[in-house]
Design a protein around this ligand. Structure first.
Ligand code: CP
Ligand code: NVA
Length: 312
């Protein structure tokens, strides 16, 4: 599999085989790191990390993944560079592309990361936009593979805000990889019809399934229940309305009971706002897997950089 020179902007651009390859590579890099073996595949490579929004996991994963492979990461926070304030994204992209070998971008608009990729001439990796969070999905799926040994046919239920980065990206990834995927949310927070239609086509190819529901019984049979914050970065002014809308969809012991299973796992991209999208009790019960998932951000992000930029 050759992904050299490719950007990683949305999972829509990747085939199921390419996604499977990235997951296998991440598992391999993880196993090596556990034995104390790191690589040199990014030796001599300089990597820019642009963050318009804050981050713990994504920033640290790019930083450590890069250094583990012998590369040099440079953090560029929103107040550190001219991007979008004094200088167009096109011009910043052309400057950074002449100095750096790869660029990570986290910010608001998907269009920004696409312009960076178009004008920089180097691989650009999406570290989260309002629309998508593709590197997170790789970590989620690596965690599911570790827990269940496979992805196809697993019933994954995402509970919460279904029309933002996490709902959208999980639906794309799940439909590409043949999962039985449900978005459980009030209708006003369902993903766009346009994206659902695209994902229905992916699901038809992969023997996957997509269900949208606003009924709590939709969690029945779930192998994994996934949730995310009710109020995403940049949407703070919607907090009150969102809490009112999503309160009935809290992942609590009662909802977990509705799965009808006692081995359903919890996934959460983190950070978690306990007492809102998930109770402390449910979170702590499943904390080991949730923190495996957080650790897996690093192994999967390393795999993306190694596959698209590394000497392997
Ligand atoms: N899950 C995730 O992207 O976490 P950060 O916002 O801390 O990067
Ligand atoms: N939906 C969340 C994801 C955080 C990783 C946000 O955008 O804030």
């Amino acid at each position: 599999m050759n992904l050299k020179g490719r950007s990683f902007l949305t999972l829509k651009d990747f085939t199921p085989e390419e996604i499977a390859y990235l997951l296998d590579l991440a598992a391999d890099l993880k196993a090596k790191k556990k034995k104390g073996i790191t690589g040199q595949s990014l030796k001599g490579k300089n990597i820019a990390l642009i963050f318009e929004k804050p981050s713990t996991r994504t920033r640290c994963s790019f930083t450590i993944g890069c250094i583990d492979e012998g590369g040099h990461p440079e953090y560029l926070g929103k107040d550190d560079i001219q991007l979008g304030h004094k200088e167009s994204i096109e011009d910043t992209a052309r400057v950074l592309g002449r100095m750096f070998d790869g660029i990570e971008f986290r910010g608001f608009k998907q269009e920004s990361v696409e312009i960076l990729a178009k004008y920089s001439g180097v691989p650009v990796w999406n570290g989260l936009t309002d629309l998508y969070h593709p590197t997170q999905i790789l970590a989620d799926f690596l965690t599911l593979k570790e827990q269940f040994g496979h992805l196809k046919g697993l019933k994954l239920v995402y509970v919460g805000d279904g029309r933002f980065n996490m709902g959208n990206s999980l639906m794309i990834g799940a439909s590409k990889m043949g999962l039985d995927f449900t978005i459980l949310a009030p209708k006003s927070l369902w993903p766009s019809k346009e994206l659902v239609d695209i994902c229905q086509e992916y699901a038809a190819q992969s023997d996957g399934k997509i269900t949208l529901s606003d009924e709590l019984d939709a969690v029945k049979g779930a192998d994994a229940v996934y949730t995310d914050v009710w109020v995403s970065m940049g949407e703070e002014e919607k907090a009150e309305e969102r809490i009112k809308l999503l309160r009935p969809y809290q992942v609590n012991a009662e909802l977990m009971k509705k799965t009808g299973k006692d081995n359903t796992i919890l996934l959460h991209c983190l950070p978690a706002v306990k007492g809102y999208e998930v109770t402390e009790e449910v979170f702590e019960k499943h904390a080991d897997v949730v923190f495996d998932e957080a650790e897996n951000r690093m192994h999967t992000i390393k795999a993306v950089m190694v596959a698209t930029l590394g000497n392997i």
